[in-house]
Ligand binder design. Sequence first.
Ligand code: UDX
Length: 460
Amino acid sequence: MENQIDTQMQRRKGRRLVLFPLPFQGHINPMLLLATILHSKGFSITIIHTNFNSLNPSHYPNFTFHSIPEGLLESEASSSDLVALIKLLNIKCTDPFRDCMDKLLSDASEEPISCLISDSLFYFTQAVAENLKLPRVVLRTGGLSSFVVFAAFPLLRERGYLPIHDSQLEELVAELPPLKVKDLPVISSVDSDSYYEIVAGMVNGSKASSGIIWNSFEELEQSELNTLRQEFPIPIFPIGPFHKYHLTSSSSSLLAQDQSSISWLDKQAPKSVIYASFGSLAALSEAQFLEIAWGLANSNQPFLWVVRPGLVRGSEWLEPLPSGFLETLNGRAHIIKWAPQLEVLAHPAVGAFWTHNGWNSTLESICEGVPMICMPFFADQKVNAKYVSQIWKVGLQLENGLDRLEIERYIKRLMVEKEGEELRDRISKLKEKAKFCLEQGGSSLQNLDSLVSHISKLDS
Ligand code: UDX
């Protein structure tokens, strides 16, 4: 048996995979974890990355890295218009990416390439791969549930749900219960035509690919998986949660993770701390930031808060806080710029996660059994928050804007009242399911085997 596995591995050693992550934290992390998983299955890994948010090859000595000059201007790279930036990346990366692929494909000293695995939002890579006659497999870094909604955009536009009108926010979307119009994955501050264009690029490019990989697991999103398997004529592989494979993987963090958070957590009582973090892209007004600060302070619970530089529009870091704010809390608060989030969520002192519901954060919280306070900002985060609060029932969604009294009430409901215990029980059960799918015979390991055999057959 062992010999057979060795031979399989040996055979795959002659197969190289080229991976191309979208250069944002919530997309880089799952792509590099996927690379580590596939490397453990015997594939050689080449990573192509942009100069913008460039990766550090020294963290991954087993992989080969190629950086491409996408040529973003400084003003473009620092733009707060995410949709314009993604669209621009799809345009500006085309030539340098094709040149890089050309070189890799013609390099006779390297193993042959089985396929390209690129982020679903790098939709331009579908046409490049087709031209090069190279199969493309897609990594979708969000959940299946939000993707079902993205795939329904043409229908939602036809039926008048999109673009969203303020008067309809509380209306149920009859085709996608229990979503209301306000839960649809839009970004209100951007040009809607450009947004529809990148959503269509993502959905159609994925549909035309040779398969889609998901950082999710069947037991979490079974009915959405069934829907997609009916609507998409290609193989679908939910093989997550990626970060829970028993593999050593390096950090792919773009910002330095402040380890003082762990020594601070070590001093707190079990399940007493609220961990608040809103991911790598969300931004707040100064007024919203202050409501959060006072809500946390007035809750009387200890809190660990990630205030990323740039989180508060127009401020460098903590300047909007009233002077002496932290001192009056007598060590009950710890504010940092970036956390080792996986370690934080796994720490016994953490009792709740106040999150923006980016998909990675949502999944990471589920895997550690930490109930959530949901505060989605845009896009898929809105769908994720609805699933957390209304379908899986493992969190509470802040519904009525940011108000310090409301925040205090929600924290109490989760940390002190019986409702919180019920959420905790439910998320502990989901945590068990997440664990089970990576045990022998578990759904994600089975799907991974199917993925490996699918990829191995792609170029034969
Ligand atoms: C973005 C979108 O917001 C999200 O909706 C989409 O699904 C993926 O891209 P982001 O906002 O960064 O991602 O959120 P999230 O998906 O939660 O990813 C953030 C990652 O950064 C997580 O893996 C998290 O563990 C990590 N992180 C976050 C840290 O390591 N430290 C921190 O302090 C905060």
